[in-house]
Ligand binder design. Sequence first.
Ligand code: PHE
Ligand code: ZN
Length: 851
Amino acid sequence: MRDATPQTIYLSDYQPFGFLVDEVALTFDLDPHKTRVKSRIAFRRNPAAKDAEFFLHGEQLKLISAQIDGKPVAPEVTDRGLTCAVPDAPFIWEAEVEIDPKGNTALEGLYMSGGMYCTQCEAEGFRKITYYPDRPDVMSIFTVTINGPHPVLLSNGNPVAQGQNHAEWHDPWPKPAYLFALVAGDLVAHSDRFTTMSGREVDLNLYVRPGDEGKCAFGMEALTASMKWDEEVYGREYDLDIFNIVAVDDFNMGAMENKGLNIFNSAAVLASPETSTDDNFERIEAIIAHEYFHNWTGNRITCRDWFQLCLKEGLTVYRDSQFTSDMRSPAVKRIGDVIDLRGRQFAEDQGPLAHPVRPESFQEINNFYTATVYEKGAEVIGMLKTLVGDDAYAKALDLYFERHDGDAATIEDWLKVFEDTTGRDLTQFKRWYSQAGTPRLAVTEAWDAGKGIFTLTFTQYTPPSAATPNPEPQVLPITVGLIGADGAHVAPSRVLEMTEAEQSFTFDGLDARPVASVLRGFSAPVVLAHDLSKEERLLLLAHDSDPFNRWEAGRTLARQSLLATITEGSAPDAEWLAALQAVLGDETLEPAYRALMLGLPSHADLANTLYDTGKTPDPAAIHEAVEATRDAMAQAFVSTLSELYDRHIVDVPYQPNAAQSGKRALTNAALALLTRVQGPEHAQAQYDQADNMTQQLSALAALLRAGHGDKALAEFEEQWRDDRLVMDKWFGLQVSQAAPEKAAEVAQTLTQHADFNWKNPNRFRAVFGSLAMHHAGFHHESGKGYALLADWLIKLDPVNPQTTARMCSAFQTWRRYDAARQEMIQTQLDRILASPDLSRDTSEMLSRIRG
Ligand code: PHE
Ligand code: ZN
């Protein structure tokens, strides 16, 4: 498997393919170990290309026969593909290959999951199905014939013929091979219809394994809501007669936007009140929207090459976040997104895996489906919209769809539509796509009482990284509002556009020195250093009209209190606690927002802050400080929390909507704290009465943390042993709620459970993703967490390189820690690297992490 010399691919080497593909016809004769794939492909020379070598990608294929214009040919075959002498004139390539779907545990190409056939072709999986120019700029029209003894046989586009054990599909829209999909199996459909804005009828089907029919309704509603939203907000109409979604249990990622046939990890689509939490519902709604939105941003307009991945992913994440804001609460969505960005993307951007939103080189593209490409890519679009304004954004998007429909486009094309719409020069803005690293933004204030002028002076600095050794100043939209001592606004929000390394902005006509609310709505993905006094932060926490910055003021006070506890052993800050209590009791604020206010910075966030200020984080000390702070919160707020619990407990039938789930978020945050002071009875009562998973799981978590979870845990297993998705929660929760010194041991014991199917990515992640996220457990001084994860990564790599490589990121922050921990981690990294035949995916990740 391992390449003798791992090859690095560079953006600057891009060349168009030497041939164009007019049409592709594929015929599949399905068989678990010996599927035959016949291809018939019409090629002609590409007048725009100078490179004329006829190279077709192909991996793990058994070539049975090949013909050009009906005459047998003998191509030169390697383990990466084939070359062949071809005529100058247009010609027909025909080949037959044999593949082994059942033996395909990597879950890339054609594979089997729970008795059904399915495919995953992004990024480079199609080459495991047949010989083909497997690159996104080669677009063609596909006709697919499927033969096999299965009631349901699906592919992209519209159905043209359906018979006994036979189906034909035709996709009229040219597409790259990564959007190809095929599904076959004994599946049942949950169906609906949608009438598009121009009055076309579309059949909608959500296909699931028998038994899962009861978990389809919510996904279908999310789909129709997404279709409607994309028409109303972006003017985008669906373009086929049918839209199919299939749920599969074994899937490396969340879901995939194959044209007209989206394939979903069952965890990302199946939902019912009894089996799914409110967070699951919200995530499913967002992923359904995301994949659907790709139909325009990804499929109709695709990427020229994989370096442009953010062209479709950044934009589609941005679009799905707008959708969620419209469906639910914009403030709650924004805060959640920023927590996620700081947790995952900032860690990436500030460590050895840092890369630009548009990377310039890679060895294995699967390793670049990252928080930087997706989430920072979406932030960049949000900044662009802030800079040009909503109207110009809408015009630019219209122009993008008009100009590039049917194209395989680039970031240059994307920025050009904004330049042409607005007349702006986006040369400097483009650095957001080419520079790695999180900018540090520092702000100082000056007040001229005589003139009534308030000045904010900003400096920006991006630490150099291997990916970007000499960062230059970026364009930062900084949204600022000014607040008076009484908490009222003295100047409405204004967007400052910073372009220099250092730049000042003035506000005049003021009667008194204001308090500045800087970076409202988190208007740029930077680390902000703003030396506000505690009184000023308390004022913002009590009064800022920007909900993000109001939350941020509380979070900063919480972080400062925690850091003082960690480094000086001081008690939690009483003034912060008092101010927080006032916010909690403010019934004008949404419950979901108040639930967020009860959250604390993560252990990893605190570790990073310590590291940033030149201190070595001690995971055990961080854990103790967080526990002490939670205990203090529980004691200080006990009566408020009881009141909140009683006032907001939902006693009407379960609905996964924002209003109800916000109340549950608040009452369950209250329950977690109350359990600390009142013991487990309350949580046990909620557990016993729960009729939905949100209430059941929250109660179970509180019981486990209190050390009283054994009975409920056994009951839970008994109740849910046949539900794979619920059992993933059962596995994960035991690890995440374990005491630090127990976490690795709990994980290890779970790997011996009869239902620990480690080849299933969801189950593997339930245990080891939870371990990696358990900061004090994973980084326990015994080093057991590191060793256990390494053992299992070594075991998984030959089976599923993609999931193994993604999980390696658990080690990306290793340089933050003390010498002893670094040494233990390095030993494990080297042990994994030394395993024979390590995949290209994992070896690239580990060598980048190890440095
Ligand atoms: N393109 C998918 C999405 O973002 C993600 C994905 C990538 C899925 C690669 C599978 C493999 O929607
Ligand atoms: Zn996507």
